[in-house]
Structure formats: structure tokens, C-alpha cells
Write a protein that binds this ligand. Structure first.
Ligand SMILES: Nc1ncnc2c1ncn2[C@@H]1O[C@H](COP(=O)(O)OP(=O)(O)O)[C@@H](O)[C@H]1O
Ligand SMILES: [Mg+2]
Length: 365
């Protein structure tokens, strides 16, 4: 057990076994009498209980204190990262109707590798070659998907394909990515202090990064106005950058970037904004957590541009569900769609291995 875990366990005694169990990835506390855990991608109820609501609330307040923050009537929500990298979000009553609500997402030090994603059936070897070529060809990539669908893990895998010779600038809200390349410079945002001072945002760090001669920008997640700064950076020649965003499909990913860019407060006509999104983003890699608990890359989609003011994307590689067995397990498979990537020729010129089966359509079943 490491330090930070013991420290959480000190405050959250009733859930200590789950904090210490590496197989548990998330712990969800809905008031003192209802605690769920996530294990192997599945949620399950536990018998653990806190003795009372005041005991649970005190635990959450203590966690806040330990990271120099307040959790009280004026600040009834806490979003904190603990020293070990795990994340805690808490909301206290009366906002939370069932008593103090806490979600703990444990931090896994060992990041998944492309080898493991293939082994787990999250992608195939030809699919891995496809995304490797996309990165090597300096395409701008956004990884989209729902919360906890595996976006950050896929971003980490994508970043591993960046050649060692390039200068990589990484910007995150909370440091999660682990880049192996030597020439990597990492930044982390800062929340405002108790007096609302000293905040440093993703936008601020993008501005700094652009003055620090990046070959590649890797941004942990886009949630707001920084989308516009990123689009402008990408459209002025920082090709090969990558990030993640919460979205339901590759097409939705582009709309979400647009919506986030509008949050920047900078007035820009919608048609101009769409043109920027369509030209900045080359590829969307979509991830999903499926009903059997498995996480997969469910689409690699190329952005073709705008047509009558609407985004056009084309799937190159998809996961299709063919059937669901009575026990809930999925019968499905990865295949190309028959669409040839626009960058196939470039990949060949560069001598990048690209297995044709990655984008050849699946034979009729
Ligand atoms: N392909 C995968 N197979 C199994 N577990 C995965 C896979 N991808 C991610 N995970 C695990 O799922 C959890 C959430 O992944 P993460 O990449 O942080 O998701 P997101 O960024 O979408 O919220 C982590 O514990 C991670 O280790
Ligand atoms: Mg993430």
C-alpha cells in the first residue's frame, strides 16, 4: 500500500479494502449507506457502510483540508487530485440529497500499452498500425468517448507512437499521461486559491507552449474555451497534435469542439468556426465502454471537411457488434469499411507499414 492510499484509507476506513484492492478502479459513495465499486469495468454494490452521515462528511472535509482546499456550505463541491494521482469528487448536502456523495477514481501507475490493448481485444494489430501511421504522418487527432471509456489510455498509446526526435509539450489539468520520449515537457494547470487568485488554465498553458517551440502539443482533455486556442494553434502549423474530448461519436466530437470553442467568449461566426474545426482536425479515434464491460476503440474516422456547412467524416476502421449472448457477452469484430484513407499514398511514400486489412471491408458474414 502506498502513502496516499493509506492516507485516504485513514479517512475512509469503511472502504479501505477497496482502496487497497488493485482490481477496483473506482469507488462511488452515495451517502453513508450505499457504496458501489467498479471492478473489471462492471459496477457492483457493496456491503460497506459509514457509521453515519457526519462521519462520512467529516472524511470528505478532511480530504479537502489535506489538499489545501475547503469543503463547506460556501464551497459544497470538491474536485481534488490526491498526491498519488487518484481523483476525488465530493458534493455535500443539501446539494446532494442522499447525504455526502463521493467518487474516487484510483490512479493506475502502469499505463496500458498498445500491446495490452491488442491483448485485451480493444483494437487489432492492423488497427494499431493504422493509428501508428496517423501519428507518424503528423495528423491532428482527437480521441473521443464517454467518461471512463478509455480516452486518456488511448491518448497515451497514441503519444507513444511519436518519434523520439520530436519536442513534445504536454498540458493537463491533472497529470495522467506518461510519455516515454526524452524530449517531453509537461505542464499542469492550477486551480485558484481560497481567494480566487492565481489560477492558470489550459488556455494560458497553450499560449505559453506556442512560445516554447513545440513539434507536438498533447492536451489531456478539452472541456471549454481552450478548444478555440487549440484550433488556432493547429491551423497555424502545429500538426501532429492530439487531445481528448467527451463525445458520443466521431461526428459529435466535431460538434463538441465547436461548442467548446464558443465557450471561449471570442466572437466568431459559426461558419468560420466550422471551417476551422474541419481543417484543424484530421482524425477522430472513438472509444467506448461496451455493455459487457470491455473498453474498445470503436471507430477511427477521417475528417473530410465541410459539405453544405455540415461536417463530413468517413469511418476507416470500426468495431461492429453482431450479437449479444444470453450471458451478456458480445459477439463482434473489428474491420475496415472499404474506405481508403486519404493519407494512404503519403504513408506508402514514407515507407510506413500499413496493413491493407485495417481498412478492407469485413467479408459478408
Ligand atoms: N482498453 C482497455 N481495457 C481495459 N481497461 C481499460 C482500457 N482502457 C482504459 N482502461 C481502464 O479504464 C479506466 C478509465 O480509463 P481512462 O483512459 O482514464 O478513461 P477516460 O479518459 O475516457 O475517462 C482506467 O482505469 C483504465 O486503466
Ligand atoms: Mg480521461
Amino acid at each position: 500500500m502506498d502513502d496516499a492510499n493509506s492516507y485516504l484509507a485513514l479517512f475512509f476506513e469503511p472502504i479501505r479494502p477497496y482502496l487497497q484492492d488493485d482490481a477496483v478502479s473506482e469507488i462511488l459513495i452515495n451517502g453513508p449507506n450505499q457504496i458501489y465499486i467498479e471492478q473489471k469495468g462492471k459496477l457492483q454494490a457493496t456491503d460497506a457502510r459509514f457509521v453515519s452521515e457526519p462521519a462520512l462528511k467529516a472524511a470528505a472535509v478532511n480530504v479537502a483540508k489535506n489538499v489545501g482546499r475547503l469543503l463547506n456550505d460556501e464551497n459544497p463541491r470538491l474536485d481534488a487530485r490526491l498526491p498519488d494521482g487518484s481523483r476525488v469528487h465530493a458534493v455535500i448536502p443539501p446539494l446532494a440529497r442522499c447525504g455526502t456523495v463521493v467518487a474516487i477514481r484510483k490512479f493506475k501507475k502502469e499505463k496500458l500499452t498498445i500491446g495490452q490493448l491488442i491483448e485485451f481485444g480493444s483494437i487489432t494489430q492492423p488497427g494499431a498500425q493504422l493509428i501508428d501511421a496517423i501519428v507518424k504522418l503528423h495528423k491532428n487527432v482527437i480521441v473521443s468517448g464517454a467518461t471512463s471509456s478509455g480516452k486518456t489510455s488511448v491518448l497515451n498509446v497514441l503519444s507513444a507512437f511519436i518519434p523520439d526526435s520530436e519536442r513534445i509539450l504536454v498540458i493537463e489539468d491533472a497529470s495522467e499521461l506518461q510519455l516515454q520520449q526524452r524530449h517531453t515537457v509537461c505542464f499542469e494547470t492550477r486551480k485558484p486559491d481560497k481567494n480566487g487568485q492565481g489560477e492558470v488554465t489550459i488556455r494560458d498553458l497553450i499560449h505559453s507552449s506556442l512560445r516554447l517551440r513545440p513539434d507536438r502539443l498533447v492536451i489531456g482533455e478539452i472541456r471549454g474555451g481552450e478548444a478555440l486556442d487549440l484550433l488556432q494553434a493547429l491551423n497555424t502549423g502545429h500538426a501532429g497534435s492530439m487531445s481528448t474530448i467527451h463525445a458520443n461519436s466521431p461526428l459529435d466530437c466535431l460538434s463538441r469542439i465547436e461548442t467548446c470553442a464558443l465557450l471561449s467568449g471570442i466572437d466568431i461566426p459559426l461558419s468560420a468556426l466550422r471551417a476551422q474545426v474541419a481543417s484543424a482536425i484530421d482524425v477522430v479515434v472513438h472509444t467506448a465502454r461496451l455493455s459487457d464491460g470491455s473498453r474498445k476503440v470503436t471507430a477511427v474516422s477521417e475528417v473530410l471537411g465541410l459539405e453544405n456547412g455540415e461536417y463530413r467524416t468517413r469511418d476507416l476502421y470500426v468495431y461492429t457488434i453482431r450479437g449479444i449472448a444470453p450471458d451478456g457477452s458480445l459477439d463482434g469484430g473489428f474491420a475496415g469499411t472499404g474506405a481508403i484513407p486519404t493519407f494512404l499514398h503519403d504513408a506508402r511514400l514514407r515507407g510506413l507499414p500499413l496493413d491493407e486489412t485495417a481498412f478492407a471491408a469485413a467479408p459478408e458474414a
